[in-house]
Write a protein that binds this ligand. Sequence first.
Ligand SMILES: [Fe+2]
Length: 350
Amino acid sequence: MKKVAVDDLKPGMKLAKDIILDDGRFLLLKGFTLKKRFLEKIRLYNIPYVYVEDDSEETEYVSEEKIYSETFHTIKNIMQAVREGSDIDVDSVKKTICQIICRIINNDSVFMNLTGIRDIDNYTYLHSVDVCIYSIIAGKNMNLPMELLNNLALGAILHDIGKCKVPLEILNKPARLTDSEYEIVKKHSEYGYEILTKTSGLNEEIAKIALNHHEHWNGNGYPRGLKGEEIDLLSRIVAIADVYDALTANRVYRKRFMPHEAAEYIIANSGTQFDPQIVNVFIQSISVYPPDIIVMLNTGEIARVLETKGPPSIRPKVMVITRKEGPPVFEPYEVDLSKNPEYNIVDIIS
Ligand SMILES: [Fe+2]
């Protein structure tokens, strides 16, 4: 362990001692790997120095932003290649997936500030990355062994690969699909299974995720109308992650759901569309409002989401810091959304 002045700290160093504020509150805990936003926090509280582990700066630190961006480019390249008739670059996807799993194993919410980016042109690729992240978080909290977690992650990122066989004019149609167009889009499950079973380096368990991620727990899904545990476990996880992420995106025909509304939709469809046991784990593991993001409340107040102990809540505690209109807030104050049903998050500002 060594003592390092705050100005000499670098992202990637690992804290060897807790950082405790003068009033006794914990700022950061021993074992945390320093990130840019943690360094800003340390500076904000005028902490002169901290203790870090001796060897921590030797390991090259790759930021979550970089991993997220690499993963996005990997799936984009793969989907474009498949559309042109080329093979899937299995090695590159396995490499990038491995980095995501390792980070999530250390910290569930490490990518949660990055998910939910909505860029219309890149929607399918960003959606694939986010579904992969949410699936790994759920799988980790279900204590899946590493081999299954790996299959889950690969199947999740490739779940919509069959869309490469759907004509682009249908896929990118800037309006609601007609019934016959929707029937064509639905074929992506079987197309995906076909593509993945033909790809060497991927197994049946991974391919099944492409085939079964639109099956419903009650048998009302497609393509085969499988029911309950007839649907493989990994597909039941991806089904939840897929819908959760899709609902939080704007569509031409509807406004996006706020994360807590998407979570409430998943809960409302537990036992019908989704496996109820997995819904419980999913909702308790996904930090729908990660700490420090800035949100707008239905009251016009603007607030920062606070870190909470225990499982993340879909209605977190927030600190009101300003107002859109009306008098300024001189003394920030806390609101616990879980105890104040009249308050709602209506937008995410940053
Ligand atoms: Fe799909």
